[in-house]
Design a protein around this ligand. Structure first.
Ligand SMILES: *Cc1c(COP(=O)(O)O)cnc(C)c1O
Length: 365
């Protein structure tokens, strides 16, 4: 395998040199040396800035915690910590990850009600208000900000307002949007991110921004899981005791990755994602390829999903073999009908999109 390969996948994304170097540095013992806790607290402070960047929801402060595990651990921990037996959970869905939340809910004894809209369309606040009126009370609602497999970004603010009016706690999977586009963190009770998407660090860490309301609910929920329990993390950094030995090298890598974002400025980072996505869609249109979401305003700035009816695997292979560029196909039933170009994190650059689209044009032509 050469290392010139361009990996335009929607995560894991390219890890910049300074992040890889930070991971190779000696680290203090995460259980015993206070310096480690200082570094962890400094990282969560910086992550709070990433979570709040461009968020105009005027929310109160959220506590950010970093868990040692892939993004899925964040999703599971949120459900395990907030949902107990018999709790009613509204799972809003317009895609695979939206549906997937209901599996976690049922594993932890909750009752999941899936409210699904067609996958080519965005989630809709009116539908949510209607479901809440017709189906009675819910304790928690789950939703996905960017549905990575279909390239849609859901506008969540209106939905989060409706949920707040009904006193329903919100859990949002922002794994593939955090650090690439503004997230309405101030209206979300548990907002989950991960290291390997727009943050451009290697897979291995999940981040959660948690509201006071959510911390309070966790005290009342009897969570059978130990590893997937958020509650101890509320005080872990201050009391200098983590529930398990933390992933020190990964944390140092994420710290360097977040430094890059803050040095560049989140506003510029977000603009870079918008520019890359816009150029990707323009080039696709020139090639006669349509984005999967029906409405362009619902297309994510972090990943573009193109409808390619039955040709995704073949195109993916040709682009890899002829141009050494890795793309992703769709997932599940849509595997062969969607070709995905990740322009997230370090890869959200117009020149990389041009190179990728030149390669797609070549294999199509
Ligand atoms: C990548 C991703 C996750 C993390 O899950 P993996 O499939 O294990 O990478 C969770 N949610 C979304 C929306 C993602 O894009």
């Amino acid at each position: 395998m050469t290392d010139d390969r361009l990996r335009m996948t929607p995560g894991p994304t390219e890890v910049p040199e300074s992040v890889r170097q930070a991971m190779g540095k000696p680290t203090p013992n995460p259980d015993l040396e206070p310096e480690f806790f200082e570094r962890y607290r400094s990282l969560t402070d910086k992550l709070e800035r990433v979570y709040r960047a461009g968020d105009e929801t005027g929310g109160d402060d959220r506590d950010v915690v970093v868990l040692g595990g892939e993004g899925i651990l964040g999703l599971e921990a949120a459900i395990a910590s907030l949902v107990g037996p018999g709790d009613r959970v509204l799972c809003l869905s317009n895609g695979l990850y939206g549906d997937g939340f209901s599996d976690f809910v049922e594993n932890y004894g909750g009752e999941a009600e899936i409210s699904e809209v067609p996958w080519r369309e965005p989630l809709d606040g009116n539908v949510v208000a209607d479901v809440l009126d017709r189906h009675g009370e819910f304790d928690v609602a789950t939703m996905v900000h960017c549905e990575t497999p279909t390239g849609s970004l859901n506008e969540l603010e209106g939905i989060l307002d409706v949920l707040a009016d009904h006193d329903v706690l919100s859990i949002v999977d922002a794994v593939s949007s955090l650090g690439g586009t503004p997230v309405p963190t101030g209206k979300i009770d548990v907002c989950i991110g991960a290291s390997q998407k727009c943050l451009s660090a290697p897979p291995g860490l999940a981040t959660c921004a948690v509201s006071d309301r959510a911390w309070e609910r966790m005290e009342a929920v009897d969570n059978p899981s130990l590893y997937a329990d958020l509650e101890p993390w509320r005080t872990a950094a201050d009391e200098e005791w983590f529930p398990y030995t933390h992933l020190s090298s990964n944390l140092y890598g994420l710290d360097a990755a977040v430094d890059l974002l803050l040095e560049e400025g989140l506003e510029d980072v977000f603009a870079r994602h918008e520019d890359a996505a816009k150029r990707c869609r323009e080039r696709a249109t020139e090639l006669g390829l349509e984005p999967y979401p029906t409405d362009e305003t619902a297309c994510s700035p972090t990943v573009t999903a193109l409808s390619v009816e039955g040709r995704a695997t073949e195109l993916q292979q040709a682009v890899l073999e002829d141009h050494d560029i890795l793309l992703a196909t769709g997932l599940g039933e849509l595997e062969d009908d969607i070709l995905r170009i990740g322009h997230m994190g370090h890869n959200a650059r117009v020149e990389r999109v041009e190179r990728t689209m030149d390669a797609i044009a070549d294999v199509l032509g």
